[in-house]
Ligand binder design. Sequence first.
Ligand code: AKB
Length: 325
Amino acid sequence: MASDTILILGSGGQIGTELVTSLRNIYGNDHVIASDIKPAGSEHSDGEKKDTEGPYEVINVLDKDRIFEVIKKHKVTQLYLLAAMLSATAEKHPEKGWQLNMESLFHVLDMAKEKHIQQVYWPSSIAAFGPTTPKEDTPQQTITEPSTIYGISKLAGERWCEWYFNKYAVDVRSLRYPGLISYTAPPGGGTTDYAVDIFHQALKTGSYECFLSAGTKLPMMYMPDAIRATIEIMQAPAEKIKIRSSYNLSAFSFTPAQIAHEIRQHLPDFQVTYNPDFRQAIADSWPQSIDDRNARGDWGWKHQYNLKAVVEDMLVNLKSLKFEV
Ligand code: AKB
C-alpha cells in the first residue's frame, strides 16, 4: 500500500542496499527506514561511504526493545528482516549463527502477532534443502534435511513463519532465494559468493581461484530479479499467497566453469583455477535447479535475466563503479 511505512533490518547487506533504493523509489524516501548494526555512513567493505537518502536507525536485531522503539517512532507498518549470518560463516560460528538467525525472527514475528506491524518479509534459501533432497527441479514440497546451521535455521524459520500465520494470522511472506549475484555491495559469508567474487577478480587481476570445483552446479539469480520478486510477493493480494512457509524461486543454474566461459567472451585472457575448500560440501548438499511453479502460478513470478545477460551487465557496471574492483 502507498500509505505503508517500511523498516528494513539489515539494510547494509547485499540485498538490503538494493532493496532500500527500490522501495524508496516506490514509497518515497521518508517512508522507508533503513537500519543496520553500523551507524549510517560507516564504511562498507566495498570501500564506499554509503549516504543515506532517507531515515536511518542503528538497530541490533537481537535487541527487541530497540526494534519496538523504532517501529513506534516511525509508525512502521511493514518490516523486512534481512540481517542474517550466511552459510559459510554460520558453519564457523554455529551458536552465533543460530542465535542471530532465529532470535531476530522471533522478535519480528512477535511484533506482528501483537499487531505492532501489519506485514513481515523474511528470506529463506535453497539452504533449507539438504543432501537427501532431489537435486534437479527440486519441488516446493520435498525432503528437507539441511546439513548446515544456516540451512537448519532457514528450515526452522520457515516452519515458524507458517505457524505464526496459522495460529495468529501473521501476514508473513518469504522466498527461498538461490545464490544472488550483484555489484552494488559485496556479499558476506555465503557459499554462492564465488559467483560475485569471480567478477571482481576477473577485472582486478585477470585470474580467480575458485573455492568450488569446476562442475558444481547451483541455482542463481541476478539481484534486480530478486528485488522485484521480493517486492512483488509483498505487494500481492493476501489471498494469492498460498504458501506461508517460503516459496521456491528460480531463474537459472550454472557451474563455475560455465560462468568463467561466459566471462571469457568479454575478457578472453581470464584464467580460473579450482581449489575446493569446506564450502564444497555445503554446495554439494544443495539443489542444482529449482521448480518454482507455485510462485509463478500463485502470484505471477517471472524472471528476466539469464547467465549471458547477467555477465554483460555485471561487467559493464563493475567497470563503471568508482570503487576499486
Ligand atoms: C549462501 O550461499 O549462504 C547464500 C544462500 C544460498 O542462501 N547465498
